[in-house]
Design a protein around this ligand. Sequence first.
Ligand code: PSU
Ligand code: MN
Length: 310
Amino acid sequence: MTALPLILSAEVAAAKAAGRPIVALESTIITHGMPYPQNLEVARQVENDIRAEGVTPATIAVMDGTLHIGLDDIQLEELAQAKGVAKLSRADIAACMATGGTGATTVAATMIAAHTAGIAVFATGGIGGVHRGAEDSFDISADLMELAQTPVTVVAAGAKAILDVDKTLEVLETQGVPVIAVGQDNFPAFWSASSLLKAPLRMDQAGEIARAHHMRGMLGLPGGQLVANPIPQADEISAETLAPIIAQAQSDADAHGIRGKAVTPYLLQRIFELTEGRSLTANIALVRNNARLAASIATELTSISRGAGS
Ligand code: PSU
Ligand code: MN
């Protein structure tokens, strides 16, 4: 058996050795979720937001066949500028590594990598979910099933209205994934702080979320948690403003026959164009907000685990 090609950045290795909290970050948001150069600026900013809380960021990606847990600034820049980088979910990550490829990790693949590296908390913008029209296309993100089987707490701003949010919540319930709205009763809607749907659970403190994560582990439950953190109100875009834009993006995707893993990146890019960049400003604000909450949860979880002697 050869060893898994996995490298921890120096910063992550030091944090692990000292038992200090770490927050994982995905890389598909860099390569497929935002345009250059904003993607690089945001990637750096989010890492610094986490460091400002005394927590270590670990951006995850596959580069030349090696799984990197934590990227240095040169690697971050390389990834942000690269064209045609693969998008890696559960189905793709091993094949990419086996063939020496380079790829960005989605929520599902980032959870797998984080868990492999012993990292329990992960911050992102939005998760994948059940797409509108999934009754015909069967397009349901592997992110949902990953949340059911990999014990990582994922902080996101709810689900985008490019998804069928109702069906996404139904699948999460079926899969046994705790969905926790933070500081409000309703499930947040990514660019808007609130959807019309009530979230299954509500918690107002990072410590409660960390305790729930720990309790699931003690019960032997395999999956993670979805923490749905609303976008700060000052940065919101209203659902009414976005509804026609999303409908347009969706019909463009259908007209161009976009399928499979190309769907989400296509819709994100189209919405960016149709909002003349406004969607990106909101996206940046909510990712940073999620990074800060994830850092608090990771800090709380570290002290619980220390207390529990595990
Ligand atoms: N939703 C967003 N922004 C993103 C993504 C989703 O609002 O960047 C990315 C994430 O990496 C997520 C992936 O894991 O898209 C989901 O892709 P799919 O729907 O093909 O599973
Ligand atoms: Mn899909």
